[in-house]
Design a protein around this ligand. Structure first.
Ligand SMILES: Nc1nc2c(c(=O)[nH]1)N[C@H]1C(S)=C(S)[C@@H](COP(=O)(O)O)O[C@H]1N2
Ligand SMILES: [Mo]
Length: 556
């Protein structure tokens, strides 16, 4: 016969054995939670990279950094063993290391919170260094690693908390039943756990989080990775293209076309400063090899043209100021660039529009459409082009690579279709375009406008002569004059830069004799037909803002 104390001893020994199993299984679940948290972080990082730049994806950046840092003998050894599979080997190795570390993070978070989350943050620190030290990187490229780390930490903390709830619920059950059982964390494989009233809901909450996160991570991660790879491929193809010399180059910029005033907008807007407006959440990745432009609809001859055929045509260069209808008075949704492309009127002449057609509905690969008056596109005196070059480089992907439209004198939303794929000749009666369907005007001629660039609003300047300067535009009509007034006084003429053409903005400067105090500066322009900008404010909807731009400055 055993004494009661002996029973107690063997009982506690059993419980100790049970706890061991319990702890081991709990550790496995924690490791899995760590893995899935890391997968969620990677998926979020890929998704963020889609919005920033494909090269800002952390895994590939860590891979590239590893290649850069590896000593030559390691590289040689890897290449000797794996040959052209060296990169696959490297990525596999990285993923295995990441899997081990993230399972470890799950375990750490279980035993010593928040050290699991801290481990993820350290990983993301490495990734951030790897990404931001790449060539061409900028600070924004850190975003995928940071967003990914935050996501991974959140999932990790939440899932480990739920795992703990589940184990304490099942432990409590064991204790109350007074019987050491194999339930608890191990009970997932134990059917009896299903009837375990306290452990089941906590277990379900934990498993739902893990399974849901894993599924979302797989879908989002793979989708984003594929899209990132596609846009990276298009970047590479784009960089390899060398543009032909224009048959008709843009006229050289005459001396005096550029005013030298600090803070004044450059006459030609560099590509990386050029405003960007489109509806694309993800920038379309169009392969120029398979790209086609089709001219369809009310035409005698339908046309289909490839990128290569377009490159072989005689191209012209033209300097045109592009503006967005949403540009507020004083806003920066306007820029001036030298575009290289093929005149649209020539393509239309080949297609031969039928009588009665009065609109061209241009369509982007992403479904965006713009409705442009046919008459304007057929006008041989207007340089409307299918642009494939911008400021001496191949059209940047965000600005419509491989081909976009540029039409002088019309707002972008009715003319400047990027990632162009179709010109459908039709009528304003039978077709409508993306923004017209959303309440914007059917016709969108650019309105005359002017902007003060310096001094900036609420600037403090020294008394004496102050250069007040900015830009003014009246695309396809041309600017005749610009005037400035101070504190509602008399309008005084500003000096203009020599215009490149009536399709581009001009710079202007006014030498202001500034006296101490607070002052209001206003600007207005007059076009070459004698029409002066109206001072009555008009909102951007439905066809563009109106009003004089003003800034207040403090002179001391
Ligand atoms: N495919 C496509 N093209 C588009 C748009 C768009 O949303 N999708 N936006 C238009 C608008 S509203 C403007 S103002 C110009 C802006 O061109 P940018 O981004 O090169 O400055 O592109 C036009 N072309
Ligand atoms: Mo726009």
């Amino acid at each position: 016969m055993k004494s009661p104390s002996q029973i107690r001893v063997s009982g506690s020994r059993l419980r100790a054995y049970h706890c061991d199993v319990h702890a081991k299984v709990e550790r496995r679940w924690a490791g899995l939670a760590g893995l899935i948290s890391a997968a969620a972080g990677l998926a979020l990082a890929e998704l963020t990279a889609l919005m920033i730049a494909p090269q800002s994806s952390p895994v590939l950046a860590i891979g590239s950094l590893t290649i850069d840092l590896a000593p030559p003998w390691v590289k040689d050894a890897v290449i000797a063993v794996f040959g052209t599979g060296d990169k696959v080997f490297l990525l596999t190795l990285l993923l295995v290391v990441l899997a081990i570390v993230s399972a470890g993070a799950g375990y750490l978070e279980l035993k010593k919170p928040p050290w699991g989350a801290v481990l993820f943050l350290m990983l993301s620190g490495v990734a951030t260094v790897a990404v931001t030290t790449r060539a061409q990187a900028n600070g924004l490229w850190a975003a995928p690693a940071v967003v990914g780390a935050v996501g991974a930490c959140l999932v990790l903390r939440l899932s480990i908390r739920r795992l703990r709830d589940w184990s304490s619920a099942s432990e409590q059950n064991d204790a109350e039943s007074g019987m050491p059982s194999k339930s608890g964390a191990a009970s997932n494989s134990d059917p009896r756990a299903n009837s375990d009233p306290r452990a089941t809901p906590t277990r379900r909450r934990f498993l739902t989080l893990l399974i849901g996160t894993a599924a979302a991570a797989v879908v989002i991660g793979i989708g984003s990775r594929v899209a990132n790879a596609a846009s990276l491929a298009v970047d590479t193809i784009r960089e390899a293209i060398s543009l032909p010399k224009p048959a008709k180059p843009a006229p050289p910029i005459a001396a005096g076309s550029m005013l030298d005033v600090e803070g004044l907008s450059p006459l030609i807007t560099p590509n990386d400063q050029f405003y960007r407006i489109d509806t694309a959440l993800q920038v379309p990745a169009v392969d120029p090899e398979t790209w086609r432009l089709r001219v369809t609809g009310m035409v005698e001859n339908e046309i289909e043209i490839s990128f290569k055929e377009l490159l072989d045509l005689p191209l012209i260069e033209t300097t045109v100021t592009l503006a967005c209808v949403s540009n507020e008075v004083g806003g920066d949704l306007i820029g001036n660039a030298v575009w290289l492309g093929y005149p649209i009127h020539k393509l239309l002449a080949q297609a031969k529009p039928l009588d009665g057609a009065d609109m061209v509905l241009s369509r982007s690969v992403d479904g965006f459409t713009a409705g442009t008056p046919l008459e304007i596109l057929q006008d041989e005196s207007r340089d409307s082009i299918l642009a494939l070059g911008m400021n001496g480089t191949t059209l940047p992907v965000v600005h419509g690579f491989p081909v976009r439209m540029v039409v002088p004198g019309l707002f972008g939303y009715v003319s400047a279709t990027k990632w162009l794929t179709e010109l459908q000749v039709t009528t304003f009666d039978s077709a409508s375009a993306y923004w017209t369907d959303r309440g914007w005007s059917e016709r969108g001629p650019v309105k005359i406008g002017s902007r003060i660039d310096v001094p900036s609003s609420r600037a403090s300047v020294k008394a004496g002569t102050v250069a007040v300067a900015g830009v003014a535009w009246a695309q396809h009509t041309g600017i005749h004059g610009v005037e400035v007034r101070v504190d509602g006084g008399a309008w005084a003429p500003a000096r203009l830069s020599t215009p490149i053409s009536s399709d581009t903005w001009v710079q202007w400067v006014y030498e202001w004799d500034a006296a101490a105090g607070n002052h209001e500066l206003e600007v207005r322009a007059t076009d070459s037909t004698g029409q002066t900008q109206s001072g009555t404010p008009v909102p951007v909807v439905p066809d563009g803002a109106e009003g004089w731009h003003s800034v207040t400055v403090t002179v001391s």
